[in-house]
Every structure is written in C-alpha cells, then in structure tokens.
Design a protein around this ligand. Structure first.
Ligand SMILES: [Zn+2]
Length: 342
C-alpha cells in the first residue's frame, strides 16, 4: 500500500522502552483498505500505557504512540469501507482488531482472538492528532456523550461494565468494588445501576463521601478495618471486582468472598496475587481475570451511560502536556481519569 502524506500532525511517542514522552511531527497518511483515519479529539491516559512506556511486552515495536481510549471523528475512509463514513463520531478502545479467522473468532469470541490487536500497543494509538484504525475496532459514539466523556468509557468504562455484567451477580447481591480510582469510580456507578448491594473498598476515610455519592451503599476503609471481615459481616461478597493495581490488596480480599464468590481482576498489576488452595476449595471460590471487551460491548457501555447518567470524572490535559498527564495518572491522585485533548 502506498501512503500519501496530506500534511503533518503532532504525536506523543515513546521512542524506546523506558524513554520519556516526546512530541514529534509526523506526516498524515491515507488509510489502507479496511481502515479509517480518525481526527482524534480526546484520548484517555490509562495505567496500561505503562506497557508501552516501560517496554513490559517484548514484542512492542518502537517508536510507539500509546492510547487506547480514543474519541474523534472519521476524517477519511480507506478502500472497501462501506459501513462507516466521513464525519461520523467514533471511538477506539483496548480491542484494536481481530483476524476473523482463528478458532475463537470462528466461534464468535472476538475478545479472545488468537491474533487480537491492542490499540496503542500493536499499532499507534490515540496520543496523536490523527490515527488509523481497522473498521472492526470502531465504536459509534452516541450524541449524549462528549468526546472527553466518551474516551475513558472505551477502556475503564467498558472494562468495569462488561466485567460486572458478565460476573454472574444478580440484582440485590453484595458486590464489592475494590479501589475508588479511574476504574473503580465507574465500577461503583455501574454496580449501583445494575441493582447490586454495593460495597466500595478504599484506603482511608477521604473517599467515603464520594463513594456514597457515586452509588455505594457501604464504604469500607481497608486501612482502618479488615475489609474481608467487613464483607463477611455483610454476608460475604458474591463478586469482588478488583480495580486498583495492587496485588497485595487483592489477595487480602479473597476471604471476603461468600460461597461461590468470585474475585474478578481488572487492575493490571505486575506482581503475584497470593491465595492458598483451601481458600478457593472451601466455598468453591473463583478468581477470574477480565480484559475490556469487543467494540460491540463498548457500544453497549456508551448507550448504557447515556441511559443511566453514568459518567467518568475527568482531568484534561492538552496533547503537548502528555508527559505531565502520564505522571499525574501514575500518581494515583487524579480524580479520576486523565484525558488528553487535541
Ligand atoms: Zn481471531
């Protein structure tokens, strides 16, 4: 495929593992067959961008532009693209594409495609003014959401929404959300709208009022109390969704599960969760990991947010200040999702 430059754009890239963000100028190219070019309006800064920044995955090619919470407008469609058109508002999330031919795809399980592409990791993501995306990664953005609101919903939002709606928890069940941060503040809202009895678990008392405002029925301070015991006093959790990337905190919650309870892990920490076989055997407990979902599930997430009023709380930074935005995200002090604007 030939790519013809139609001007230049700014990108925030990582040139090699461990390097700092640099703002670079690149040519704007034309979309290939099956792709669209998106004029990016907003892109969330996610803790998983650490994979690109620090080179945690050995197969990432550099320089790389991270970003998998992208909201923008289709600016040009490539050859053969019929279902999408220029001017349409779209997003791209963690699920950056699938082959449609592997064993899982043939069974409709696109999320677990053997050749799944991850936006901003397999190819350049949303920390730039224009990006290319394959059509199977696109999510239509409904009119009720702004670009900066939609962006974090395309990973933090869909991850908590999809993990909870697939967790098996029923209305009225005790569902705990560990971590009141970028993912957790959305998880609490979704859990409330799904009709669960919601326990929010945070460190310290300062998030108690906010957790209640977001829809938690109970707030458990894991510094002042033994959170697992507190969950047992409430009958034991059907589901605990662990959002803060802190494996020790996750390990400490396993004893808070009720019979047939499930710890759903969505916070991507790099160290080990510790559990003994007997902790899982008695009461048939489960630990499950969950990663985002398909673009169709993202579409469901956005529609649900319009319907119910669930919204991310955000802090915005212009693209030129990506390095600062990333440090802010890593600090854990952002309230709650950091979003770049272009
Ligand atoms: Zn596949």
């Amino acid at each position: 495929m030939t790519s013809v430059a139609v001007g230049t754009m700014k990108v925030a890239q990582i040139s090699k593992p461990g390097a700092d963000f640099e703002i670079a100028e690149r040519p704007i190219s034309e979309p290939d067959a099956g792709q669209v070019r998106i004029k990016v309006k907003a892109c969330g800064v996610c803790h998983s961008d650490v994979f690109v920044k620090e080179g945690v995955l050995p197969w990432i090619q550099y320089p790389r532009v991270p970003g998998h919470e992208v909201a923008g407008i289709i600016d040009e469609v490539g050859p053969g693209v019929t279902a999408w058109e220029s001017g349409q508002r779209v997003g791209v999330g963690w699920h950056g594409g699938h082959d449609g031919t592997c064993r899982e795809c043939r069974r409709g399980d696109f999320r677990n495609c053997r050749n799944v592409k991850v936006t901003g990791i397999s190819y350049d993501g949303g920390y730039q003014q224009y990006m290319m995306a394959p059509v199977e990664a696109l999510v239509p953005i409904p009119a009720g959401l702004s670009d900066v609101e939609a962006a974090p919903l395309l990973d933090a939002g869909i991850t908590t929404y999809n993990a909870l709606r697939n967790s098996g928890a029923m209305p009225g069940d005790l569902v705990a959300v560990q971590g009141i941060g970028g993912l957790g503040h959305l998880g609490v809202q979704f859990a409330n709208k799904f009709g669960y009895n919601v326990a929010a678990i945070g460190r310290g008392s300062e998030n108690a009022a906010l957790a209640k405002k977001l829809g938690a029925h109970v707030y458990i301070d894991s510094q002042a109390t033994n959170a697992a015991q507190e969950l047992q006093k409430l009958g034991g959790a059907s589901v605990i969704i662990a959002t803060a990337p802190n494996s020790k905190a996750m390990s400490a919650l396993i004893n808070g599960l009720g019979p047939n309870g499930k710890l759903v892990v969505v916070g991507a920490a790099l160290d080990s969760i510790e559990v003994t076989p007997s902790q899982l055997i008695f009461g048939s407990k489960t630990i499950q990991g969950w990663a985002a979902g398909t673009p169709a599930a993202s579409e469901d997430t956005l529609k649900f947010c319009v319907l119910t009023g669930v919204r991310p709380m955000i802090e915005t930074y212009p693209l030129e200040r990506t390095a600062e935005a990333y440090v802010r995200m890593l600090s854990g002090k952002a309230e709650f999702r950091v979003v770049l604007t272009m």
